[in-house]
Design a protein around this ligand. Structure first.
Ligand SMILES: [Zn+2]
Length: 429
């Protein structure tokens, strides 16, 4: 029947027989009754193996499919159980949906694609599903990709980072491939056990093939890398080193604040109409952002604020220059960078600024890893941009249930295997 061929093509029902088409007046939805073709029946939903029948399960079931015009569409079919040798009584596989899903494969793929490409509210409104459901779909699509793709194959140079979210209450440990630019692994947590999970999955042979591992050399990660991949060259991520310097500058800024006149003690109840600070203290407060920013991004006003610091607070100005000088050394790289780093360490040691004296020690301790960053040509930008993008995704994933959907969303967005939109291989008008 011609009508059935149209429906099969439109709803991706290759291995299914269409039994009927109906309109559910109550819900305003189109219902297509289907059954798997003979060769696709009696298969375990989990392993796909052919099995003897077990029982009729819970009877008829519906799967949400792609819309037909403005109407929602459901596929309806029996959902019998089979007796799998490995998995016991299991709902039989259906060719149009993933195991345990309430949506068809095409619907899942479209939802996953949209979650990666458009805003949260657009996904929810367009598909008419709850955001939490999108989380479950993304996790399901992600698990499906993981079963097919070995993301850890061929890794040579990797970057490891930890990303905090929920105001620092939750963490993800992530691994990127410096050569493909992809996110290849992510797990909840930031302790040694989390990262051990990565090296366990990678296995000793593939670990032995790693030549470079970049990370923040001051944290837990460095210790695990030393223990699990002792032969790989450890490379310090420059943006973490710059962050150490920013922290040291912040210590000095607080010291300057405590010295400044014009501070106003704030009682919490009248925070709303408090003047904050006056005089030098106020200037210092306003200059806070100028101190953190890269010089090339400063506004005229912020440049003027820095000039004010240079004139009025030589000590804080020296701290600022030390931070910028370290950033410069990391940017120039190569032999020139190493020379600059050497000079920087000596300068910081003599600076008489306790925060920078101890930073000089820390930089000295990690000098080999920092120099490796100057030699290796590993792009710091990849780890930094992955970090930034995942931080954004953690906000989008707010409302998902647990860390798995967030991890799946990050892998879809940055891991390079996101499904295409169903039917988009067809010609464009
Ligand atoms: Zn099975």
């Amino acid at each position: 029947m011609r009508k059935n061929r149209v429906l099969r093509a439109a709803f991706g029902l290759e291995n299914a027989v269409i039994e009927g088409l109906d309109f559910d007046e109550e819900t305003g939805a189109v219902v297509i009754s289907v059954r798997p073709v003979a060769k696709a029946r009696h298969r375990c939903g989990r392993c796909g193996r052919r099995c003897p029948g077990y029982d009729q399960g819970d009877g008829r079931r519906r799967w949400r499919s792609l819309d037909l015009g403005t109407c929602r569409v459901f596929l309806e079919a029996d959902a019998p159980r089979v007796a799998c040798r490995t998995h016991g009584p299991t709902v039989a596989a259906v060719p149009w949906a993933r195991h345990g899903a309430g949506h068809t494969r095409d619907f899942d793929d479209q939802a996953a694609w949209l979650a990666v490409h458009v805003s949260k509210s657009a996904v929810v409104e367009l598909l008419r599903i709850a955001w939490r459901t999108v989380g479950a779909i993304v996790a399901r699509v992600g698990a499906d990709i993981d079963a097919r793709v070995d993301r850890l194959e061929g890794l040579v140079r990797i970057g490891i980072d930890e990303i905090s979210y929920k105001r620092g209450h939750r963490y993800l440990t992530v691994v990127v491939d410096h050569d493909s630019g992809r996110l290849v692994w992510a797990a909840a947590g930031k302790d040694a056990a989390a990262l051990d999970g990565f090296f366990d999955a990678l296995g000793p042979e593939r670990t032995a093939r790693l030549t470079h591992v970049s990370a923040d050399m001051s944290g837990t990660i460095a210790g695990v890398v030393r223990r699990r991949a002792p032969r790989a060259i450890r490379v310090a991520d420059a943006f973490h080193v710059v962050a150490w310097a920013s922290d040291a500058l912040d210590v000095e800024r607080r010291v300057a604040w405590n010295r400044a006149s014009g501070r106003v003690r704030i009682r919490t109840e009248d925070r709303s109409n408090n003047p904050g600070a006056v005089g030098p203290a106020r200037q210092l407060k306003l200059a806070r952002f100028a101190l953190w920013k890269r010089p090339e991004n400063l506004t005229d006003r912020q440049r003027a604020q820095l000039e004010w610091i240079a004139e009025s607070d030589p000590r804080l100005w020296r701290a600022y220059q030390l931070k910028e000088a370290l950033r410069y050394a990391l940017n120039v790289k190569g032999e020139e960078g190493k020379q600059a780093l050497k000079i920087w360490i000596e300068w910081a040691q003599r600076s008489q600024l306790p925060a920078f004296v101890s930073l000089a020690r820390k930089v000295g301790d990690h000098r080999r890893a920092i120099e490796a960053a100057m030699d290796s040509g590993l792009s710091n930008a990849l780890v930094e941009s992955t970090n930034t993008k995942i931080r954004l995704l953690t906000r989008i994933a707010f409302g998902f249930h647990g860390p798995e959907p967030l991890i799946a969303l990050a892998m879809l967005a940055l891991g390079g295997h996101c499904p295409g939109l169903p039917g988009r291989n067809l010609p464009t008008d």
